[in-house]
Design a protein around this ligand. Sequence first.
Ligand SMILES: [Zn+2]
Ligand SMILES: [Zn+2]
Length: 274
Amino acid sequence: MIMGDAEAFTREFLPLFRPVPPTRPGVCRICHSGPNNVGDTGGPWATCASCKRTTKNLYGHTQYVVPISLTTTNTQLYDVLVRKRDPNGPGGRRKRADFLAATVSHFYHQHAHCLQGLAGGPFTLVATIPSNNLDTPAKAFHIMWQVVERVGALARLWRPLLLEADTMFAPVLADRRAHRDAFRVPRSDRLDNARVLLVDDLFVSGAHVQSAASALIEAGAAAVVTLVIARLINPASKDPYSAGIWKQACEQPFSFDCCCICDRHDRAQNPRNL
Ligand SMILES: [Zn+2]
Ligand SMILES: [Zn+2]
């Protein structure tokens, strides 16, 4: 996908996105959201309740999840990602895969340096997570393969690194728990010193992402940074932070010019994409 096309395409759909806050007290240092709670010190935990749970008992985990947008369950973005609907913009309905490819392409073009900074250098490999889901056959073609394939900078580096280990782990993941054996990396793939960009669609608890990251790190990856299209947030959560994070995300304009890593509260000075 050519950058100009991706930019024009995503401009049509800017209202679907909500800005992701940079890490701060109450905003998880891994996934940039909640749910969070008050820890022993009286302040919030550094990581949210989901990340606390899904980073346990693994070989390793990704410390950086960079969502392009926040979402709740009653948004058009959620419908596109989860209910597999085609997005509807001012120009009419567009194909879901085109929308996802344009979104990843535009974001990666603007923020590759932010993601690479977290990885400690340029990415050497790109991975996507295979479907590990009770509702779909094991070999189901995951949408993110199709998306990454269309983003030149990522397609070059993509390898089928992650294989579903066994369907027995599907209920574990569905229960929002991570497992170090849920995915495996083929023995032929040596990942020594690799810097891997892991790309996924929706981050709910991190069970899939963290299980996948664990397998990559166990296979030798030096760094795993995760790019997700959206991080799900529950504004009705009783925790003291989720509602505020979502309220702020709805009040601030979204722009592809900044992300949760390079955000320096400069949206007002740099409203090019509004
Ligand atoms: Zn988190
Ligand atoms: Zn950035």
